[in-house]
Write a protein that binds this ligand. Sequence first.
Ligand code: ADP
Ligand code: GLC
Length: 495
Amino acid sequence: MASPFVGYREMASEDISLKVLHVATEMAPLVKVGGLGDVVGSLPKALKKLGADVRLLLPAYPNLLEELQSRQSAKPIGKLYIALNWRVYEASVYEFDFNGIPVYLLDQPELYSDSVYPQRLDCASVLPFALLSMASLELPNLIDWTPQLIHAHDWPTALIPILLRWHRHYSKLSHSHKAILTIHNLAHQGILPKEILPSIGLADEAFSIDGVEFYGSVNLLKGGIIAADAVTTVSPRYSWEIQTPSFGMGLDGVIESQKHKLHGILNGLDYEYWNPATDQFLPAIYSKDDLSGKEKCSRALSERCGFDDGRPIAAFVGRLVEQKGIDILLAALNELVKMGFSLVVLGSGHENFEMALEEAAAKLKKGLSVHIGYFEELAHLIYAGSDMLLMPSLFEPCGLSQLIAMRYGTVPVARAVGGLADTIIDADGNPEGYGFLFSNPSPDELLKCAERAIAAWSEEERWRKIILRGMSADFSWDRSAKAYAELYHQLLGSQ
Ligand code: ADP
Ligand code: GLC
C-alpha cells in the first residue's frame, strides 16, 4: 500500500503558531449527518494538541442552541449585520467551549432550522449557507481575533474563497486570510441559477469559465476550488481519482487544472470517542488484550436482531444512497445469507433503498435485520458486535466506517476505491493484511470477496490475527493533523 502520508515531513509541535477558523455545517457529536461531522468534530481537537489556535463557526440550529442554553454553556457575545439578498440580516453570535476550542454559533431564526441541508437547493435555500460564509469574514469585527486561515468544508462553505476573490466588499479582505477548501464529497457541488450572483454581491467577472460558471449555472464547489489558496481531499487516492472522468463528477478538468494546489490528506478517527475499551454505549468493553467483551457485544447484537447463533455477522452502517453501493448490496443479500451470514443494516437515505431493504428483511427473516434511521447507540453495538463490515461503495472519498470497524475488531470487506483502498490491506494478498478488498463494483465481486472473508473467519487463529492487526493499525488524527498544520504553514509562508 502506498503511504497515505507521502510528502509530509514530521513537524515539531513547538513550530506551530497558527490561527485557524473552521467553518462548517456539522460537528460531531453535536450535529452530524455523516463523516464530515466526524471530521469537523475531531480535526480541530488534534490541531489544538499541536498548539494551534483553532476555532469553529457553525449555524445555531434551534435544538442545538436550546440544548446548550439549557445547560448554560452557550453565551451570547454580540450581533453581526450582514448584507445579503438585498437586505441586511441581523444575526446573533453565541460562544461555547468544546474541549477547549471556542465554537461560535450563528443564530438567525429566519434562516436556520433543524434540518441541516435543504431538500432542494435554490436561490432561497442557499441563503443560510451564504450567511454562514459571510459571517466567517465578519466575525473578527466582533471577537477581536483574526484567523490567518479560514478552512471551509464542502459546497456549503465553498463560498468563502469565492467571496475573498470576487465579492464587491469581502475581496478587500483577501490579504488578511488564506482560504482552504476540503472536498469531502464531490457528489454535492452546490449548483444554483445564475440569478443568485447579484444577491450574494459577486462581481460579474465571477461568472466565467475560470470562476463559478458551470454550464450556464453557478457551481459553488467549482468556484471554491478555483478561488481557494489550497484544496484538500480526504484521502490521497481520491485526490487523483477526481482528476479522471469516472470520479470527477464533471469537475475533473477543473480539478486537474488546479492540481498544483491539491493535497490528499487522509482523515483520522477520533480515538477517544471511538474506543471499545471505554465505549459507554456497549454492553461490554474490550481491547486487543482481551476480546471477551466483543463476544458479549456479539451476543447482545444477535439477540437484538433475532439472529441464529454461530453464524458470522456482516453489517452495513451508512447513508442509504447510491454512493454506498446499496444496489450492489441489495443484489447480493440472498446469496450472502445462503453463504452463511447473518446480516444487519443500519441506515437512512433514499426512500426506494429503505423500502427495498425492508422488503428483503421480510423475505429473509432471521437472515437480515434492517434498522432504518440514525441511531448512534445501535451503530456502536453493530461496529462492536459484528464480524465484518460490508462497504461496496461506488466511490468513497475517505470513509470513516471502515476505520471505526477496524478499531472495534470488525473486519472490512470493501471495494478498493478512494480512502478504502488507502486504509485497508487485503489479508489474502498480504500477510500483514486486515481486510478484504474487491475491484469492480458488482454483486459478483462482492460475493467472491465475502467468500474469501468467510473462509478466513472459519480458521479461528488466522481470523484472530486479522482482527488484531486491524485493531493495531493507527488511523488516529496525529499524523493527519500534522499534515494539515504543515500545509497551513506552507500557505502562510507564501503570504
Ligand atoms: P459518509 O460521510 O459518506 O456518510 P463516512 O464513512 O465517512 O461516510 O461516515 C459516516 C459516519 O456516519 C460514521 O461515523 C457512521 O458510523 C455514521 N452513520 C452513518 N449512518 C448512520 C446511522 N444510520 N446511524 C448512526 N450512525 C450512522
Ligand atoms: C464524505 C465522504 C466520506 C468521508 C467523509 C468525511 O461524506 O462520503 O467518504 O469519509 O465525507 O470526510
